[in-house]
Design a protein around this ligand. Structure first.
Ligand SMILES: CC(C)(COP(=O)(O)OP(=O)(O)OC[C@H]1O[C@@H](n2cnc3c(N)ncnc32)[C@H](O)[C@@H]1OP(=O)(O)O)[C@@H](O)C(=O)NCCC(=O)NCCS
Length: 340
């Protein structure tokens, strides 16, 4: 191991969403809701839904292939695969292992990470530590979800909010002063019952009664989650920007978790950031949980919104309750010259 820490950054990014679009108008036919309610209360207009034969690991593989190509990294060069998800293919084994074999990355370790919608920033933070110590050189961090399988399509409180999709990044060494400048992981476990799936685990194994009562679907106290989200998005961002030795005016782009436009606008107001500096795509995808930030990052990068040297804040909240974020200076590709 080197006797100094190595700077970790994103070498490539990719995403994938299913083709099928479910609009608010279609939802009007399914539950007692309206396009007007969903749009004004959440900002969501449509979301993507995976075909029945497609699972979370399938979406993860597709996003990963694009990220690897963008990074110019071969699957067999990967040291580790971290799949962040709360809608894994099956309870056992880790979906990351299915991704590992499908990609053809035989020497990579593989595990799943569950931190609700904060999963991606948790995964990226963990990956950066292995890069920093020199223990690993190429790590794939994926956020992938097929949430349409774990929500109750008769519950208007939740079913209008979520969508399916995946985003992935390849993490590796970058030049000093670039890449991940600060990160923070937080949790307030006391709020776990505000967003959870009661049945299907060891505490309440699924049986005909739990299925009948729809306890294997997401249950949410929307008001409590909203209150938590507006508080931590501001607190985490301010902490992170300070920890990175930056000022609010140094931030070029905020990539927040895409749950509700009102939560995002509240954070932007508190951080005095004009909405032009905020990436928003929830109108097209809804809340894709741990996929939302890498999906938004990929769109921002591929559309030319992200430039070398930009200071980017990624901040998330989710089930747990968890929150966290990352500040990074974009340096795509510059890690190549920094390799030994
Ligand atoms: C869920 C959420 C959009 C609800 O918005 P809100 O403005 O807080 O709405 P309220 O909870 O005050 O509900 C207002 C009314 O709308 C109703 N309502 C809820 N969902 C509805 C829907 N899809 N269509 C129509 N009406 C709906 C409620 O039943 C309630 O009716 P009532 O007053 O007769 O009881 C909002 O609380 C939210 O975004 N919370 C955070 C959720 C989240 O981000 N979860 C994921 C975390 S990663």
């Amino acid at each position: 191991m080197p006797n100094h820490l190595i700077q970790a950054g994103i070498l490539g990014v990719g995403s994938y969403v299913p083709e099928r679009i479910l609009t608010n108008k279609e939802l009007e036919q399914m539950v007692d809701t309206s396009d007007e309610w969903i749009t004004t209360r959440t900002g969501i207009r449509e979301r993507r839904i995976a075909d029945p034969a497609v699972s979370t690991s399938d979406l993860a593989v597709r996003a990963s292939r694009k990220a690897l190509e963008h990074a110019g990294v071969k699957p067999e060069e990967l040291d580790l695969i971290i799949l962040t998800t709360c809608s894994k293919d099956m309870p056992l084994p880790a979906g990351a292992c299915l991704v590992q074999t499908e990609l053809g990355a035989p020497q990579a370790g593989a595990f799943d990470l569950e931190a609700g919608c904060s999963g991606f920033v948790y995964g990226l933070t963990i990956a950066s530590q292995f890069i920093a110590t020199g223990a690993m050189k190429r790590i794939l961090v994926i956020g992938a979800e097929v949430l349409s399988r774990i929500i109750n399509w008769q519950d208007r409180n939740t079913c209008v909010l979520f969508g399916d999709g995946a985003g992935a990044v390849v993490v590796g060494p970058v030049a000093p002063g670039e890449g991940i400048l600060a990160s923070k992981l937080s949790a307030e476990g006391a709020g776990w019952e505000h967003l959870y799936i009661p049945a299907g685990g060891a505490k309440m194994p699924a049986d005909p009664v739990t299925v009948e009562k729809k306890l294997h679907y997401v249950h949410m106290n929307g008001k409590e989650v909203f209150r938590y989200a507006t508080r931590v998005m501001e607190e985490e961002s301010i902490h992170l920007i300070k920890a990175a030795n930056l000022r609010l005016e140094d931030i070029d782009l905020l990539i927040p978790h895409q749950a509700n436009i009102r939560i995002i606008e509240h954070a932007a107001r508190k951080l005095k950031l004009p909405m032009e500096k905020v990436v928003v795509n929830l109108d097209r995808y809804g809340n894709t949980s741990s996929a939302s930030i890498p999906l938004a990052l990929d769109e921002a990068v591929k559309s030319g919104r992200v430039k070398a040297g930009d200071n980017i804040v990624m901040v998330a909240f989710g089930a747990g309750l968890t929150s966290g974020g990352i500040v990074l200076k974009w340096s795509k590709g510059e890690g190549e010259s920094n390799e030994t």
